[in-house]
Design a protein around this ligand. Structure first.
Ligand SMILES: [Zn+2]
Length: 228
C-alpha cells in the first residue's frame, strides 16, 4: 500500500513520477540482431544495447526488485516479436514462449524468478496482438555444487560445468515451435545452450529474444545490424 503512494522516478533516468519515461522506453525499441545458429530465423534479437539508461533500468528491474518495470519490458519484447514477424515464421501455429532458466541460487538471492512474470505478460500481449502464444517454462538448471567437498572428483565437476541447462522432467516439446526469451545476451553462450537443449528435445526454435545485449561494440559489423 505504501509503495503505491510513494513518489518514484524513471528506472532508467530518474525522471519524476514515471516507471519508465518515454525516452527510456524508446531506447528499448532500438533493437538489434545477432547471428544465432540452430534457430529457424537465423538470428537472435535484442531490444536494446546494455548501456546508459537501458542498463540502469535493467539492473533496477533484475537486481533491485523494481517489478514495476515488468509491463514495460514485456511490451518492448512483444513489440520486437511483432516487428520480426514471429507470427509469419510460425505460420499461425502455436508458439511456446520458453524463458531461459535462472539458477536456484540466484532465484533465492533475488527472492523471485524475475523471468516468469515477464514471459507471462509477454504471452498475454502477443495473444492480444493475435499471436497464438503460451508460456512453457520447460528449461531448468541442474544444481551446481556449492562446495568442492561435495564432489566425488574433477571429472564429475567438469561434467556439471559443461552443460547445466536441462529440460524439466516430464516436459514434452517434440515438434513444438519455440520462442526463447532471456533477459540479457552477453557471450551468447546461454542462448546457444538453451537452443541446443530445446533442439535435442525435438522442438523447432524460431528465434531468441532478450531485453539487452552487452558488449555489442566488440562484435564485427557483419554479425550485427539494426532491426528496422
Ligand atoms: Zn527515463
Amino acid at each position: 500500500m505504501l509503495n503505491a503512494v510513494l513518489p518514484r522516478g524513471c528506472a532508467g533516468c530518474d525522471m519524476p513520477d514515471m516507471v519508465l519515461c518515454p525516452s527510456c522506453e524508446d531506447i528499448f525499441a532500438r533493437s538489434q540482431c545477432y547471428a544465432l545458429g540452430g534457430v529457424e530465423m537465423g538470428f537472435g534479437y535484442v531490444c536494446a544495447a546494455y548501456r546508459g539508461a537501458a542498463r540502469q533500468a535493467f539492473l533496477a528491474w533484475k537486481d533491485h526488485g523494481d517489478e514495476e518495470c515488468t509491463p514495460a519490458f514485456a511490451q518492448a519484447l512483444a513489440a520486437l516479436a511483432l516487428r520480426v514477424d514471429i507470427e509469419q515464421a510460425a505460420h499461425g501455429r502455436e508458439i511456446l514462449i520458453v524463458p531461459a532458466p535462472s539458477s536456484s541460487r540466484s532465484v533465492r538471492r533475488r527472492g523471485r524468478w524475475h523471468m516468469l512474470p515477464l514471459v507471462r505478460r509477454l504471452a498475454r500481449l502477443l495473444r492480444e496482438g493475435g499471436v497464438n502464444a503460451r508460456v512453457a517454462p520447460v528449461l531448468t538448471m541442474r544444481g551446481v555444487a556449492r562446495k568442492s567437498v561435495e564432489m566425488r572428483g574433477s571429472s564429475q565437476r567438469a561434467g556439471r560445468i559443461g552443460g547445466h541447462i536441462v529440460m524439466r522432467r516430464g516436459a514434452d516439446i517434440e515438434g513444438s515451435l519455440v520462442m526463447l526469451i532471456d533477459d540479457i545476451v552477453t557471450t551468447g553462450s546461454t542462448m546457444r545452450q538453451c537452443v541446443g537443449v530445446l533442439g535435442s528435445s525435438g522442438a523447432i526454435v524460431l528465434t531468441a529474444l532478450a531485453l539487452a545485449q552487452a558488449g555489442e561494440s566488440q562484435r564485427s559489423p557483419d554479425r550485427q545490424r539494426a532491426v528496422r
